[in-house]
Design a protein around this ligand. Structure first.
Ligand code: ADP
Length: 564
C-alpha cells in the first residue's frame, strides 16, 4: 500500500487535555467534582478551566512557562491539571508535605512564573519564598487559592484564584489540539528517597495521554466511576487519574487529607467506586475499621511493596485491591499485577502472595526487562530467584530530568530507562521486586533482598511496620538489621523481644538472611509519599547525620551497589 501523508484529520497530537473537552460534551450535566458543599458539572469544570487558561495568558504566561502550585486535593488543583497546559504552560504540583527548605529548593529549580498557594499553605509558601529571595532568586507572582466552601473566612493576599477564573474570557476556547505532543505538560519532582539531589521529571502530552489510557484499561475503570482523591494529586499527577477521571466522565470526590474518618465518610456519602494510595493508606483503612464495607471499592495501590498480609486484611473489609508498581519517571505505573481468572480458586493467602508481586508491563510501555547485565542486556531466567535490574522502554517514560542533562543521560542506556530497582521474574512472567539496588544487603557475597526479610517479618502477629537495612559487619561485610514497630498493645519490654523476632525469622528463612539486630521504634520514618526512609535508618545505624553508604541512586543501579 502506498504511504500517504499524515493529515490533520488522522494525525492529531495526543494530549490528555482533550479528555476534558470530550467530558464537557458527553457528560455535560453529570457531576465532575464534589468538595464539601461545592459541586460542579463537567460543563462547569470545562468552562472554569477555559477561563483560568485565558486569565493565565492575560497575565503573560507563555508557552513552556512553568506554573507551580502548592495545594492539597482541591478543585483548584484538579482544574489546574487542564487549565495550565491549555494555556500552553507546564504544571508543577509541589508536594505539600515538604518543609520550607525543600519547597524553596523546588521553587528555585522550577523557576515558575506564577505560584498558586492554597490558603492553608501560605506560611509554608512565604517561608519558602523568603528562603529563595535570601539565596538571590526572583519570587514568582503569588496567587492565593481560597477555600471554596468558606471564601469569606480565607480572603488573604492580593491575587486570588477565583478572581482569575472570573476574569478569564469564557469565549476564549483553547486551541483544539496542542502543537506538538512532545511538548511538556507537567514537571514533577521525585519523592527523594533515592537521592537528596533534586530530580524534576518532565512529562510530555503524549506520554501523559498514553499512560492515562493504559492505566484506565489495566485497572479496568469503566465509565462514570466515583473516584475518591485519597492519593495526592501532586504524586505523579495522581498517577495520571487527574486526567483519567475526565476521560471516563467520573466524579472527583476531593478531600483535603486522607484521614480515615474523612475517607470512610466519603465512601458512604458519595458511593465511591475507586480510590488509590500507597500501602500506608491501606494500613490507615485497616486500622480504622472492623466491619466490611456495604459495597465493594476498587483500590489501586503502589509506590512501595504492599505486604501480602496487609492485602489480605484490606480485602477482607471489601476493598478489591489492584497492585501496581511505578515511579515518577515512568509517569506513574510501569507494571500492574494483572489479575488472572484462574487465581480466584486459590486459597486466600496464596492469592495475596500472588497479588503482592509487581506484575507485568504497563500497556503504555513497549517493553520491560529484568537483566543481570546492563551492557549485554541479558535477561534473568524466569525462575523466581535470579536477581536483575528492571529496565523499561516506551512512550510513558519521562522526556527528561529538568535542567539536568547529565542525570538524564545516565538514566538511559542503549534505548532503555534504568529503574534502579532489582527484581526476579517468576515462571509465569510476573515480576517481583526484591529491592532497590542500593538497598540490597550483601552478606559474605550473598545478595539478601531486604523486601524478602520484611515480608517474613510482617507475618509475625505483633509486627505493624518493618524495614530491613544493611548493617556493617567485620566478617560478612554487611548483615541485615531490622527496624520494627509493634502493633498497639505489644511492647518490646514484655510481650515481644529482639530474640523472639530473630527466632521467628530463623523459622522462615536461611540463616544468613536472619536479622542480626532488631531495633524497636514507635514508627518508621517515612517520606512525604509514605515510603520508608531507609537512608535515615542506615544513618541511625552509622550514628551520623551525613550520607550513609548507598545514599544516592547510581546511574546504573547494579553497578552501584548490588553485585549480582
Ligand atoms: P523516589 O525514587 O524519590 O522514591 P518515586 O516516588 O518515583 O520517587 O518512587 C519510585 C520507587 O518506588 C520505585 O523505583 C520503587 O523502588 C518503589 N516502588 C513503587 N511502587 C512499588 C511497588 N508496587 N512495589 C515495590 N516498590 C515500589
Amino acid at each position: 500500500m502506498d504511504s500517504l501523508p499524515k493529515r490533520d484529520a488522522n494525525y492529531v497530537p495526543l494530549s490528555p487535555i482533550t479528555f476534558l473537552q470530550r467530558a464537557a460534551s458527553v457528560y455535560a450535566d453529570r457531576t465532575s467534582l464534589v468538595y464539601g458543599n461545592t459541586i460542579f458539572t463537567w460543563r462547569q469544570t470545562y468552562e472554569r478551566c477555559c477561563r483560568l487558561a485565558a486569565a493565565l495568558q492575560q497575565l503573560g504566561v507563555m508557552k513552556k512557562d512553568v506554573v507551580s502550585v502548592l495545594a492539597p486535593n482541591t478543585p483548584a488543583l484538579y482544574e489546574m491539571h487542564f487549565a495550565v497546559p491549555m494555556a500552553g504552560a507546564v504544571l508543577n504540583a509541589i508536594n505539600t508535605r515538604l518543609d520550607a527548605t525543600a519547597a524553596a529548593g523546588i521553587i528555585k529549580h522550577a523557576d515558575p512564573k506564577l505560584l498558586f498557594v492554597d490558603y492553608q499553605y501560605m506560611c509554608l509558601a512565604t517561608e519558602s519564598l523568603r528562603d529563595g529571595e535570601a539565596a538571590g532568586s526572583i519570587s514568582p507572582l503569588l496567587v492565593v487559592i481560597d477555600d471554596l466552601n468558606k471564601p469569606e473566612e480565607t480572603r488573604i493576599g492580593e491575587l486570588h484564584y477565583e478572581q482569575l477564573v472570573e476574569r478569564g474570557d469564557p469565549e476564549q476556547r483553547p486551541p483544539r489540539s496542542v502543537d506538538d505532543e512532545w511538548d511538556a505538560i507537567t514537571l514533577n519532582y521525585t519523592s527523594g528517597t533515592t537521592s537528596s539531589a533534586l530530580k524534576g521529571v518532565v512529562y510530555s502530552h503524549r506520554g501523559a495521554y498514553l499512560s492515562t489510557v493504559g492505566l484506565l484499561l489495566q485497572w479496568g475503570v469503566g465509565s462514570e466511576p466515583v473516584y475518591l482523591w485519597s492519593l495526592p494529586m501532586f504524586h505523579c499527577n495522581g498517577w495520571t487519574l487527574t486526567w483519567g477521571v475526565a476521560a471516563r466522565g467520573g466524579v472527583n470526590v476531593c478531600i483535603r487529607t486522607p484521614a480515615a474518618d474523612d475517607m470512610y465518610a466519603a465512601l458512604s456519602a458519595h458511593g465511591v467506586t475507586h480510590m488509590c494510595g500507597a500501602p500506608v493508606l491501606l494500613n490507615i483503612l485497616v486500622e480504622a475499621r472492623r466491619e466490611p464495607l456495604l459495597h465493594a471499592v476498587e483500590v489501586l495501590t503502589g509506590g512501595a511493596p504492599p505486604p501480602a498480609a496487609l492485602l489480605e486484611r484490606v480485602e477482607r473489609l471489601g476493598f478489591n485491591v489492584t497492585h501496581a508498581y511505578g515511579m515518577t519517571e515512568a509517569t506513574g505505573s510501569a507494571m500492574v499485577c494483572e489479575w488472572r481468572e484462574r487465581w480466584n480458586a486459590l486459597p486466600t493467602s496464596t492469592r495475596a502472595r500472588l497479588k503482592a508481586r509487581q506484575g507485568v508491563s504497563a500497556l503504555s510501555l513497549a517493553d520491560a526487562a529484568v537483566v543481570n547485565n546492563i551492557d549485554t542486556m541479558q535477561s534473568v531466567p524466569r525462575d523466581g530467584t535470579a536477581l536483575g535490574e528492571i529496565m523499561l522502554r516506551g512512550n510513558s517514560i519521562m522526556k527528561e530530568y529538568y535542567k539536568d542533562t547529565a542525570a538524564t543521560a545516565s538514566a538511559f542506556r542503549g534505548g532503555w530507562f534504568l529503574t534502579g530497582d532489582v527484581g526476579v521474574v517468576h515462571p509465569d512472567g510476573y515480576v517481583e521486586i526484591k529491592d532497590r539496588s542500593k538497598d540490597v544487603i550483601i552478606s559474605g557475597g550473598e545478595n539478601i533482598s531486604s523486601v524478602d526479610v520484611e515480608m517474613a517479618l510482617y507475618q509475625h502477629h505483633a509486627v505493624r511496620e518493618a524495614a530491613v537495612v544493611a548493617m556493617p559487619h567485620p566478617h560478612w561485610g554487611e548483615t541485615p538489621c531490622a527496624f520494627v514497630a509493634l502493633e498497639p498493645g505489644f511492647s518490646c519490654l514484655g510481650e515481644v523481644t529482639e530474640e523472639d523476632i530473630i527466632l521467628f525469622c530463623r523459622d522462615k528463612m536461611p540463616h544468613f538472611m536472619v536479622p542480626r539486630k532488631v531495633v524497636f521504634v514507635d514508627k518508621l520514618p517515612t517520606n512525604s509519599t509514605g515510603k520508608v526512609r531507609k537512608i535515615e535508618l542506615r544513618q541511625r545505624l552509622h550514628g551520623c547525620s551525613q550520607s550513609a553508604p548507598g545514599d544516592s541512586r547510581p546511574g546504573s543501579a547494579l553497578a552501584g551497589k548490588a553485585r549480582l
